[in-house]
Design a protein around this ligand. Structure first.
Ligand SMILES: NC(=O)C1=CN([C@@H]2O[C@H](COP(=O)(O)OP(=O)(O)OC[C@H]3O[C@@H](n4cnc5c(N)ncnc54)[C@H](OP(=O)(O)O)[C@@H]3O)[C@@H](O)[C@H]2O)C=CC1
Ligand SMILES: N[C@@H](C=O)C(=O)O
Length: 268
């Protein structure tokens, strides 16, 4: 109640897990909320709990982000509602099965949600935030973005897209007063695992974070101005080293000359 009003945050996938915790924490920080998911009953339960705990205005939009018309309906809200100052692109699904056992239609649906919907909502929010000279976009990726061997490869690929897309977005929007963050959760105790056909209880407890710890750490990273936040990673310096190595490659990734190792092989 006492927090300074900060405008409205749109949180996708807010009916459970990480998204529901974001809703709670952002409301306590002074945001009004628009919560989005498919399950109306669960969404309404989160909305009334969060609204009464934080005393903020919480609206819900029941929408399937895999449905073109629902997605379009949401996209138009960014242009129409000038109170919106934050987008948390959190809705997402995963899979545990390897390629040879996965159903291609389920993989396509996963790409549509994790990649296409996130991209379309970002395209709806970013120009509006730039035009207003402020706003924030938080994209939920996963540690599998940099460890695609760990779970299903399409899931890892979809989350690598979210990381790369957000890094590029940051470069484009950095001087436009729009805050950008990508969060890479490790295994987190949510419905994600049941929905993906597994059980979080089967994982060693030492690698599983609770969703409230995850979101609190992610928001601490946001407050510290991080672009990439990996809540589980003990040493921030390890990510900095990884990034420096990646950035060192960039000037040499496109050159006219063929390196000696390939010229020698071609001549043999
Ligand atoms: N839990 C984990 O170990 C990890 C999770 N993540 C990521 O965190 C994010 C949140 O997942 P998490 O909280 O763990 O899992 P949950 O399953 O608890 O939450 C997923 C949310 O997405 C919503 N959602 C799913 N499909 C759609 C859809 N088609 N349209 C609209 N909303 C949809 C769900 O609501 P509803 O069913 O009501 O539509 C739910 O609110 C995801 O992007 C996930 O990839 C990343 C790394 C690890
Ligand atoms: N990040 C989690 C899933 O996306 C995991 O590490 O299992």
């Amino acid at each position: 109640m006492s927090a300074t009003p900060k405008g409205t945050a749109v949180v996708t996938g807010a009916s459970s897990g990480i998204g529901a915790i974001y809703a709670d924490r952002l409301a306590r920080r002074g945001y009004d909320l628009i919560l989005v998911a498919r399950n109306k009953a669960r969404l309404d339960e989160v909305a009334s709990r969060v609204a009464s705990a934080a005393g903020r205005v919480v609206k819900t939009i029941t929408a399937d982000l895999n449905d073109k018309a629902d997605l379009k309906r949401l996209e138009t809200i960014f242009a129409a509602d000038s109170s919106i100052t934050m987008l948390v692109n959190n809705a997402g699904v995963g899979a545990l099965e390897p390629l040879l056992r996965s159903d291609i239609s389920a993989m396509e649906d996963m790409i549509d949600l994790n990649v296409k919907a996130l991209t379309r909502l970002t395209y709806a929010a970013a120009p509006v935030f730039v035009a207003r000279g402020g706003g924030a976009i938080i994209n939920i990726s996963s540690v599998v973005a940099v460890a695609p061997e760990v779970l299903n490869g399409v899931y890892g690929g979809s989350k690598a897209f979210v990381l790369a897309f957000t890094q590029s977005l940051h470069k484009e929007l950095t001087d436009k007063n729009v805050r950008i963050q990508v969060v890479l959760p490790g295994a987190t105790a949510t419905n994600f695992w049941d929905a993906a056909g597994g059980a979080v209880e089967n994982l060693p407890s030492a690698i599983v974070m609770q969703s409230d710890d995850l979101v609190d750490a992610a928001l601490a990273g946001f407050d510290q101005g991080e672009l990439v936040t990996i809540p589980s990673l003990p040493e921030a310096a390890d990510w900095a080293t990884y990034e420096r190595a990646r950035e060192k490659l960039i000037p040499n990734l496109s050159l006219s000359s063929v390196p000696l190792r390939y010229r020698a092989a071609a001549a043999a």
